[in-house]
Design a protein around this ligand. Structure first.
Ligand SMILES: NC(=O)c1ccc[n+]([C@@H]2O[C@H](COP(=O)([O-])OP(=O)(O)OC[C@H]3O[C@@H](n4cnc5c(N)ncnc54)[C@H](O)[C@@H]3O)[C@@H](O)[C@H]2O)c1
Ligand SMILES: N[C@@H](CCO)C(=O)O
Ligand code: NA
Length: 452
């Protein structure tokens, strides 16, 4: 049988890795797929660079639509990125009856519902293993490997750039900007790196995992998103002293109605820095590596670890999708795995809960005047809201201010770890504590997850 012909849109970091791995491992891949898989046409705005990457035998054009229009091509790989032209091209490829493989989590998290509906209507597949945790086969695991289970929660380090920055800051004392530049040079960062550092990229990925885990539509607009730009070195240090590491986690959790916490049934969907016990495996995931923990009722906890970014690790996932499509494209559409793991007519309308209804525990750091009674006032506010304290750490006072060596005020950091409480209550407590005249700076709040 002739090889299946593939068209590639965008040959940058991931596109070039895909081309190279597919060529290098072509015999091995053919033995698995039952048929050769060949990229025969490439579109990129930089035609000369693209041609030099693929050699003279592959047709290179600058107009992606010429690839979509080529009747010999069965599968289109979209590796351009973003929600703009990429969305138009993916929808046009589907309309032209092509199967689509994409690594574009931004596109799927925001426009997934429209794209999957168009694909189902046309009878084609949209495959996206590379979109979440790069080379780690987490989509495969969630959609197929764990299909017997009721999934309870997922928590993952799913942005390599921010994990790399946090690791470099903690281990080498390198500052934020230098670490970000290194991540960009290594090809990990998004075209717009604010997507990485502000948590948006992780939110795109956890939105996709949430949909697959719970059979709900992709709802990026409902995700709570907080990045790492406001994290201070002091908090990284205090967390260590308390036996925790700070990681940027993407979390999605199924929640039952909880009368005691006054919260409804629904799904938590959130990205924020998080204290994680240092003894957990996931707390020790360093550099650009990714890891995803999944808690499910039958299997218990499983952990998936590997490279979530970079040229060939991401290509590994893109090519796995090409092989799946090659095996399945002549099969009856009903035999394919549904895009979001659940049959389209069996999706749930479980709501995504607002952040005010999320239940978690907290690390609080208060910069206070070192006076008698301060701690009692702070703990009194927490007690008045029935927020239970797990631990308190008070540093020795620093003597601050004063000209010519005259001490003006003694200040100290008070660190409080709480037990679980609903976010709305914690917001109220922080408001009351912040209003105390002895609380001198904005209170730092970092959420804490035991992941047990
Ligand atoms: N880099 C990673 O490690 C990684 C990992 C997982 C997913 N992704 C995702 O993969 C996608 C590609 O990322 P990348 O890092 O390879 O990006 P990149 O910027 O390296 O490559 C994009 C390529 O697309 C080309 N391009 C831009 N507009 C085009 C157009 N209109 N027509 C044809 N070509 C066009 C550019 O010239 C460039 O070569 C993105 O969606 C990204 O989020 C990247
Ligand atoms: N910018 C992303 C690429 C992989 O999706 C990251 O740093 O993880
Ligand atoms: Na993946």
């Amino acid at each position: 049988m002739n090889p299946i012909q593939v068209g590639l849109l965008g040959i940058g970091v991931v596109g070039s890795g895909t081309f190279n791995v597919l060529r290098r491992n072509q015999e091995e891949i053919k033995r698995r797929a039952g048929r050769g898989i060949e990229i025969t046409m490439v579109a990129d705005l930089d035609v000369a660079r693209a041609q030099s990457l693929v050699g003279p035998d592959v047709k290179v054009v600058n107009d992606a639509r010429a690839v979509i229009a080529n009747p010999d091509i069965d599968i289109v790989i979209e590796l351009i990125g973003g929600y703009g032209i990429a969305k138009t091209l993916v929808l046009e490829a589907i309309a032209a009856g092509k199967h689509v493989v994409t690594a574009n989590k931004a596109l799927l998290a925001v426009h997934g519902t429209e794209i999957f509906a168009a694909a189902s209507k046309k009878g084609v597949m949209v495959a996206f293993e590379a979109a979440v945790a790069g080379g780690i086969p987490i989509i495969k695991a969630l959609r197929e490997g764990l299909t017997a289970n009721r999934i309870e929660w997922i928590a993952g380090i799913i942005n390599g750039t921010t994990n790399f920055i946090l690791s470099e800051m903690r281990d080498k004392g390198i500052n934020f900007d230098v670490a970000l530049k290194q991540a960009q040079a290594l090809g990990y960062a998004e075209a717009d790196p604010t997507f990485d550092i502000e948590g948006v990229d992780a939110a795109h990925k956890v939105t996709i995992m949430s949909a697959i885990a719970f059979g709900i539509p992709v709802q990026f607009d409902k995700a709570y998103v907080e990045g790492i730009t406001k994290l201070g070195a002091a908090d990284i240090k205090y967390a260590e002293q308390l036996g925790y590491r700070i990681k940027l986690l993407g979390i999605t959790k199924r929640r039952e109605l909880d009368a005691a916490q006054h919260t409804s049934a629904g799904v938590e969907l959130r990205v924020h820095p998080c204290l994680v016990p240092a003894k957990r495996l996931i707390a020790n995931v360093e550099g650009a590596m990714n890891a995803v923990m999944v808690q499910a009722d039958a299997v218990g906890t499983t952990l998936y670890y590997g490279k979530g970014a970079g040229s060939e690790p991401t290509a590994s996932a893109v090519i796995a999708d090409l092989v799946d499509i090659t095996r399945l494209h002549t099969a009856d559409a009903a035999q394919r795995v549904p895009h979001l793991a659940f049959q389209p007519n069996a999706m749930s309308d479980l709501p995504v809960l607002p952040m005010s209804e999320v239940v978690t525990s907290y690390y609080l750091r208060l910069r206070v005047a070192d006076e008698a009674g301060v701690l009692a006032k702070v703990t009194g506010i927490l007690a008045s809201l029935s927020i239970s304290i797990d631990a308190v750490l008070q540093r020795e006072a620093d003597e601050v201010g004063g000209q010519g060596g005259v001490v003006q005020i003694a200040q100290t950091d008070v660190i409080i770890l709480t037990h679980d409480c609903v976010e709305a209550k914690m917001n109220a407590a922080i408001g009351l504590m912040q209003a105390l005249p002895t609380v001198l700076e904005p209170i730092t709040r970092i959420r804490k997850e035991e992941l047990a």
